[in-house]
Structures are given as C-alpha cells and as structure tokens.
Design a protein around this ligand. Structure first.
Ligand code: UTP
Length: 296
C-alpha cells in the first residue's frame, strides 16, 4: 500500500526558544524568509504525500494562517502589479491539501501522533517533525518510503549523534543488514550516555504501519510524564520487525538554538544573492574574534 498521508506534529511548547515562543510557534521561525514548517511540508510533497495533517495547539494559529489564502495581501499586491510576490504568496496556499487537528495539551510526541488516528485510518503513513529540516536531493521521507515499500514494515530515520547529545534522542540498538539499514532490536528515549545502546539516534522522520497507534496507547506515559512515540515504537517492535534507515542528507534541528543558527548560515550560503556578502561578513567577524583572542 502506498504512503499518501503524513502527520506533522507542531503542537510542542518550544521552551528552548522562549521568550519568542510565548506568542509564536517555533515551526514558524524563518530561515531567512521562509518558515521552517514550509520546508517540512515541501519535503512531504516532494516525497509523494498527498494529504497532510498538521497537529497544532494553543498559540499555533499562525501556522494555519500561513498556509491559508490571504485576500487582503493578494489584493494589495495585485493593485501594485507585483506579480512576483503575488505568485510567491499564492504558491504557499496552494501547496497541498492540509488538515489541522488540535492537541489540547502538549502531552508528548506520541500523543500528538495519536490525535491523527481517525484521519489516517488503516493505512501506512509518514511522520515529519515540524522543527527538523533535512536537505537532500532525494528527500529523507522519500528514502524511508522507498525502504518501506521494500520491507513493508515501519521504518525510522536515524543518524549518528555526538556523545554529549545522546540524552536528547531516542537511541537505538540495531543489527545492520546493509550499508544504511538496521533491523531494530531496541530503542530507548533520552538515555544517559552510559545507558545508551549506541550512538545512533532517531531523528524527526518516520513511516509507520497503523498498528503503531495501539502501541502508543498501550505504552502510556513515559519519560518526563509524556506519551512518548519512542515507547510506542518499542512496543510495536515486540510484535513485528521495525527498520532504521541511516538517511542521506543534512539535518538541521531548528528547535535547538545552535541548530537554527546553522540552518540560517547554511541556507544563506546557498543563496546566490546573499552568499558573497555573508562570506565577507563571516570573514570579518572571524578576523575580529582572532584579534580579540590575541589580546587576551
Ligand atoms: P520537541 O520535543 O522538539 O518539541 O518535539 P517541544 O517540546 O516543543 O520543544 P522544547 O523542548 O520545549 O523546546 C518535536 C516536535 O514534536 C512536536 C513539536 O511541536 C515539535 O515539532 N510536539 C511535541 C507536539 O506536537 N506535541 C507535543 O506534545 C510535543
């Protein structure tokens, strides 16, 4: 069965970005001029997804407004005859069929995924976290779907994480079956570095068979009293194989301040209109920092 639907959880509180996230969703933070969540939606579309469910919550209205029509703005740009900006604005609202489901309380990623159960029904689906951007010619979700079609079982994206970051990820134990695929043996949410099985962590892309919903429900509350997707995956793995895919691409965790800054610098360096000025500026401040270092 083809994967046509995707859930984008975007209902988290974004406490790492306070105070900005007091009144704006972290998924709407711009990477120069484009909000993070647009890159996530585009990855889903480029992977063949036809139907997207964004999980939102209190204070997340800006996401719905962003993907909606904006008649006043369109009228203003039409009057000014600014066809280029008009196209840009219209393209965003005509990207794909998007539905919104509210998570009443941010009770965890597993709970956010559960909110979409009725809409998904009895078919496989993708999950793309609303604050993770992954850049690659073949999108990460497309890589997962390709492997899902081969193995016919749930599959999660993984990458190597540094020792200091082990306790920020779901860490897997897996048996490699080829260059990029593991059969999952176990997974643990945010372990201490000593308790971690490996340095391979789950990142924000998944393809699941619908049995995951019952498993998330049965697993109940876990780490930090939240309903963890990782616990659902762990339970599902007891009754069927799950695979992990070391995807190709560069990932930016924009929910983290350093990850966000890296994404902006990276995208600026890829932008022909900005590249030269940014390099010049970076060289300038590096030189200044070196001078300062010499004085200390
Ligand atoms: P994070 O754990 O990074 O989000 O969840 P957070 O809780 O908002 O972040 P901090 O730690 O407080 O800064 C990853 C993704 O899952 C969504 C988030 O919006 C984010 O896109 N999420 C998380 C939900 O939709 N609901 C939740 O209850 C938790």
């Amino acid at each position: 069965m083809r994967v046509k639907k995707a859930i984008i959880p975007a209902a988290g509180l974004g406490t790492r970005f306070l105070p900005a996230t007091k009144s704006m969703p972290k998924e709407m933070l711009p990477i120069i001029d484009t909000p993070v969540i647009q890159y996530v939606v585009e990855e889903a579309i480029d992977s063949g997804i036809k139907d997207i469910i964004i999980i939102t919550g209190r204070g997340k209205r800006a996401i719905e407004d962003y993907f909606d029509d904006s008649p006043e703005l369109e009228m203003y740009l039409t009057k000014k005859n600014d066809t280029e900006l008009l196209k840009l604005v219209r393209d965003v609202s005509s990207l794909v069929d998007i539905h919104y489901i509210r998570q009443k309380e941010p009770k965890g990623l597993g709970d956010a995924v559960l909110r979409a159960e009725k809409h998904i029904g009895d078919e496989p689906f993708a999950v793309l976290l609303g604050d993770d951007i992954i850049v690659n010619d073949k999108p990460c979700t497309a890589q997962l779907i390709e492997n899902f079609e081969k193995y016919k079982k749930s599959i999660i994206a993984v990458e190597e994480v540094s020792y200091e970051k082990l306790s920020s990820y779901g860490i897997i134990k897996g048996k490699p079956i080829d260059d990029s695929i593991y059969v999952l043996e176990d997974i643990i949410e945010k372990p201490t570095p000593v308790a971690a099985f490996s340095n391979i962590g789950a990142v924000g892309r998944y393809v699941f068979t619908p049995e995951i919903f019952d498993c998330i429900r049965s697993a109940g509350t876990g780490f930090e009293s939240e309903i963890q997707l990782t616990d659902g995956i762990r339970l599902l793995n007891k009754s069927q194989n799950i695979y992990a895919c070391k995807f190709k691409g560069t990932r930016f965790d924009t929910g983290d301040r350093l990850g966000y800054i890296k994404a902006i610098v990276n995208f600026a360096l890829k932008n022909e209109n900005l590249k030269e000025n940014i390099i010049e500026y970076l060289n300038e401040i590096l030189k200044m920092e070196k001078e300062k270092g010499k004085k200390l």
